[in-house]
Design a protein around this ligand. Structure first.
Ligand code: HEM
Ligand code: HEM
Length: 195
């Protein structure tokens, strides 16, 4: 049977990083559109309550995934950039870090909106995450504004990140996108060849 490569190597992402990347990407993009959709609903729409309940539960699931992903990423070898100028590689690294930071701030502001009235967050009816701060309508409103701005910045950064991945694939014709799609067994220091 073929070996499954869970761990990263110097030039490749392993399956754990790949699965976490794509699963979280789908959930986060879904969260953006769900958030945008649900705030426009009127009271009699069946999704008026269901939308925020799903948005909040998925948000808490994302907190758990983000913690796990940060620990995993930190414990792994980070694949080296495939060529490219030093300055551009530093920019890419900063862009990845800002994606993590934006997600973290969205999760915090989301928690602050949801708990502003002193109620905890019911997560998929499994358990309730308690509200730890005293009620404050003002904090709820401010966090709502910040959350909306952060969501817009995040979706813009994701678009930029996607364009960068496609430029690597179609213009530079390197393995940047491929190595985030499929883990393989090249663990040596040999740089994968350009197409
Ligand atoms: C919510 C959406 C997304 C987020 C938050 C995100 C975040 C990240 C982060 C943080 C990394 C650095 C590696 C890591 O720490 O896991 C990364 C790598 C990567 N992402 Fe995304 N990503 C998203 C969506 C996408 C999409 C839609 C594409 C392409 C169509 C894409 C393509 C890539 C590629 C190719 C890499 C590897 C870059 C390299 O090897 O230097 N990502 N992504
Ligand atoms: C990556 C994670 C998240 C993204 C991308 C996201 C995105 C959004 C967006 C785009 C909106 C609509 C904002 C507006 O136009 O007013 C929204 C609203 C909302 N989000 Fe999130 N969100 C995330 C995480 C969370 C979490 C973790 C929670 C709570 C635990 C949360 C709670 C809320 C609530 C309560 C609203 C409604 C705010 C209002 O009524 O003004 N969100 N979210």
């Amino acid at each position: 049977m073929n070996k499954i490569y869970w761990k990263n190597s110097l030039h490749h992402y392993g399956w754990m990083s790949i699965v976490l990347h794509w699963f979280m990407a789908v959930v986060i993009i879904g969260m953006y559109f769900l958030g945008d959709y649900m705030v426009e609903l009127d009271y009699y729409d069946p999704w008026y309550h269901k939308g925020p309940a799903l948005h909040k539960s998925m948000g808490i699931l994302l907190v758990a995934l983000l913690i796990f992903r940060s620990i995993w990423t930190y414990s792994q070898t980070q694949p080296e950039p495939l060529g490219g100028k030093d300055g551009l590689n530093k920019f890419a690294k900063a862009a990845h870090a800002s994606l993590y930071l934006l997600i973290l701030l969205l999760l915090i502001s989301g928690y602050l909106i949801s708990t502003a009235k002193g109620q905890g967050i019911n997560v998929f009816d499994w358990f309730e995450l308690p509200a730890i701060l005293p009620d404050s309508a003002d904090r709820g409103e401010q966090s709502g504004k910040i959350h909306a701005i952060l969501g817009t910045v995040l979706i813009f950064m994701i678009a930029l990140h996607t364009v960068a991945a496609l430029v690597h694939h179609f213009i530079f014709k390197d393995h940047t996108l491929k190595r985030m799609l499929w883990a393989n067994n090249v663990t040596s220091n040999q740089q994968p060849k350009r197409n």
